[in-house]
Design a protein around this ligand. Structure first.
Ligand SMILES: Cc1cc2nc3c(=O)[nH]c(=O)nc-3n(C[C@H](O)[C@H](O)[C@H](O)COP(=O)(O)OP(=O)(O)OC[C@H]3O[C@@H](n4cnc5c(N)ncnc54)[C@H](O)[C@@H]3O)c2cc1C
Length: 287
């Protein structure tokens, strides 16, 4: 379908972009890579009167790595992450997850900020943000604020962003070199959205016990979630076969799964457990 009629603006500064969104009082939308918004417009799932193109805000396409962690500008594209060799050490979990995003053409245009704002429950970046306790910086007309990823996703395609706010940056905390991690997802075809996916990491103490265990899940409920009950199971334990099987069992019990045309809720719960177990196997195998 053709797009609905709308106006288009391509501001040169962030202030102008925010002012345009604010002036249209919820009837304007930012556009970054357009990989989610254009289909939404074509299907008439959204009908803003104005599109505010962020493409000229080049400073938002930087990846900064320091002792504070990894800072991804909102306009960083999946391809930028794939191409950045520094991230192999600075955030291997992020890099592994992004390899599962869609197809080459989409990874070439889609942005991290767009993915966070779109808030698809099966998207990889929101899952990594929640699992890793990322912070999202959003700039609006009256202020700039930092939102914890845990408070950012309110439901499917719904976030804590106000209509005049633009995401400028996503910060991921520092990543210790020795950290054990794994990312697994199951999709019907390579590049499709995940039917279930799991991101896990833990640090191993001198006695071989898991510490600081983090377990996140995507594609199962209405938003990405950390599974505190599974993390508690792993904390202070050796991650052996029994611990991984128990983590899978607890995942399938506690996860809030939804049914859709692709799978029943029961299947998704079971799949989520399998993804967590496989991700833990990967984590354990890493030294
Ligand atoms: C066929 C197909 C398969 C896909 N498969 C996957 C997949 O497997 N995994 C996955 O994660 N994604 C997938 N995607 C989505 C893709 O990753 C998009 O890149 C992403 O969802 C949105 O990024 P974008 O830059 O294209 O955002 P846009 O489409 O430009 O915008 C999406 C939404 O975010 C808002 N927005 C954009 N930037 C900002 C900002 N900086 N601040 C505030 N609001 C903003 C827009 O107003 C809009 O509401 C797929 C897309 C397609 C078409």
């Amino acid at each position: 379908m053709k797009l609905p009629p709308l106006e288009y603006a391509c501001p040169a500064t962030l202030d102008e972009a925010v002012a345009l969104l604010a002036a249209h009082d919820g009837n304007a939308k930012a556009i970054a890579g357009g990989q989610s918004l254009m289909p939404m417009l074509a299907f008439r799932l959204t009908a803003p009167s104005l599109l505010v193109d962020l493409r000229k805000l080049a400073h938002l396409r930087e990846i900064k790595i320091s002792g504070d962690g990894v800072r991804l500008g909102a306009l960083v594209r999946w391809r930028d992450i794939e191409d950045d060799e520094r991230l192999t050490r600075a955030h291997p979990l992020l890099k592994a997850a992004v390899a599962h995003v869609a197809h080459y053409q989409i990874r070439n245009r889609g942005t991290v900020g767009g993915s966070m704002a779109h808030a698809d429950p099966a998207a990889e970046m929101p899952g990594i943000a929640v699992t890793c306790e990322a912070e999202i910086t959003a700039v609006g007309k009256s202020n700039s604020r930092v939102i914890a990823a845990a408070n950012f996703f309110l439901g499917a395609l719904t976030t804590a962003l106000e209509s005049d706010e633009i995401i400028t940056e996503i910060r991921l905390p520092p990543w210790p070199a020795e950290r054990r991690w794994g990312f697994q997802e199951f999709a019907r075809r390579r590049g499709d959205f995940a039917m279930a996916g799991a991101a896990v990491f833990y640090d191993q103490d001198g006695a071989g016990m898991a510490r600081n265990a983090h377990v996140g899940i995507i594609g199962v409920g209405d938003r990405p979630r950390r599974l505190g009950e599974v993390e508690a199971e792993l904390e202070g334990r050796v991650v052996d076969e029994a611990a991984m099987a128990r983590a899978a069992e607890v995942t399938s019990t506690v996860v809030d799964a939804q049914e859709d045309i692709h799978a029943s809720a029961a299947y998704r719960r079971s799949l989520a457990g399998t993804m967590v177990e496989r991700a833990l196997q990967d984590a354990r195998a890493r030294s």
